[in-house]
Design a protein around this ligand. Structure first.
Ligand SMILES: NC(=O)c1ccc[n+]([C@@H]2O[C@H](COP(=O)([O-])OP(=O)(O)OC[C@H]3O[C@@H](n4cnc5c(N)ncnc54)[C@H](OP(=O)(O)O)[C@@H]3O)[C@@H](O)[C@H]2O)c1
Length: 283
């Protein structure tokens, strides 16, 4: 298949470039800076979005969330109904109505979200969310599976997607940013660190590998995050007040009731062993 990538110099663009090239596709790339850092043999570099779109049967748009609709629309101007445009932005509620308008002009648009980052293994089966744009969901799933076989796919609408991302991405990043911001003398602490602290530091640091603009957009542009954050801060203040009152009974009660709620889940049962497995692999 001939696959074009717009934004190929970026973190996810580079990941998809390696993936598609490894599967034997003919890959063409476009980057505004004209430097994609392409080292893969046989990859074509185009000077314009239009040239890249005309070459491709499938065009993957991997640009910042706020630029996605504009770039998809630019690509669509050079596409016919035989081509497919795929975008991978991490937020969908604002974007999907704009993509629907573009699709109404007769081009095939797929809206997917890779539920992993650019450090993921290209040879492993990776999870994606598919947010249907047309009324023909099965056609979208068929197109997706042709382009990205060996993937796991969950179909979800744009509201549910962004609500989930409010926890999965925004809240996780928020907690880790606050955690790292609160650490003083990090190296000294690591000398004395126990298991959970080491893992928490690794996780918080790993998040910072993403572009600061992307991380900031995930905090400020998800319409559902404000409420999630208010709930989180309310719970934090409740815990803070137990700590300040030295109310260890209430605090132990909260630990116990929280554990009770999740104790039957598979993820709880395997969590302790998983934590040591991850640490043993990284040490
Ligand atoms: N990072 C992740 O973990 C992750 C995971 C899932 C989905 N995503 C999504 O993937 C997309 C890309 O994220 P990323 O982390 O790869 O970001 P990134 O590293 O900042 O890459 C984005 C690329 O887009 C290009 N670009 C920027 N503005 C543009 C514009 N106006 N027109 C055309 N190209 C433009 C830039 O290349 P040039 O300057 O060379 O043109 C840049 O290299 C985002 O929508 C993000 O939400 C990211």
């Amino acid at each position: 298949m001939r696959i074009g990538i717009i934004g190929a110099s970026g973190r996810m663009g580079q990941w998809f470039l390696r993936l598609f090239a490894s599967k034997g596709h003919q890959v063409g790339v476009y980057s505004r800076r004209g430097k994609t850092g392409v080292e893969t043999a046989g990859v074509l570099e185009f000077k314009t979005v239009e040239e890249c779109a005309k070459f491709s049967e499938v065009i993957l748009v991997s640009v910042p969330i706020a630029q996605t609709a504009k770039v998809v629309s630019e690509v669509a101007m050079s596409c016919s109904s035989t081509q497919t445009i795929i975008e991978i932005a991490s937020l969908k509620r604002k974007l999907v109505p704009e993509l629907k308008e573009i699709a109404a002009t007769g081009v095939n648009v797929l809206s997917i979200h890779p539920l992993f980052g650019p450090g993921a293994d290209i040879s492993a089966k990776q999870p994606y969310a598919l947010i249907p744009i047309s009324s023909d969901e099965s056609d979208e799933l068929r197109r997706f599976s042709k382009i990205l076989p060996d993937s796991r796919i969950t179909t979800v609408n744009e509201e549910s997607h962004d609500k989930s991302m409010g926890y999965v991405l925004s809240l996780t990043h928020f907690v880790n940013l606050a955690f790292l911001s609160s650490l003083t003398a990090r190296n000294e602490l690591l000398e004395l660190a126990g298991t959970t602290f080491k893992l928490q530091v690794s996780l918080a640091q790993a998040i910072l590998h993403d572009e600061p603009e992307l991380l900031a957009a995930l905090e400020t542009e998800n319409p559902y995050f404000q409420n999630i954050l208010s709930d989180f801060l309310k719970n934090s203040r409740n815990i803070e007040s137990m700590v300040k009152r030295k109310d260890s009974r209430a605090l132990a009660g909260l630990f116990a009731s929280t554990r009770e709620k999740i104790r039957e889940s598979d993820s709880f049962r395997s969590s302790y062993t998983s934590m040591y497995e991850i640490l043993n692999r990284t040490e």
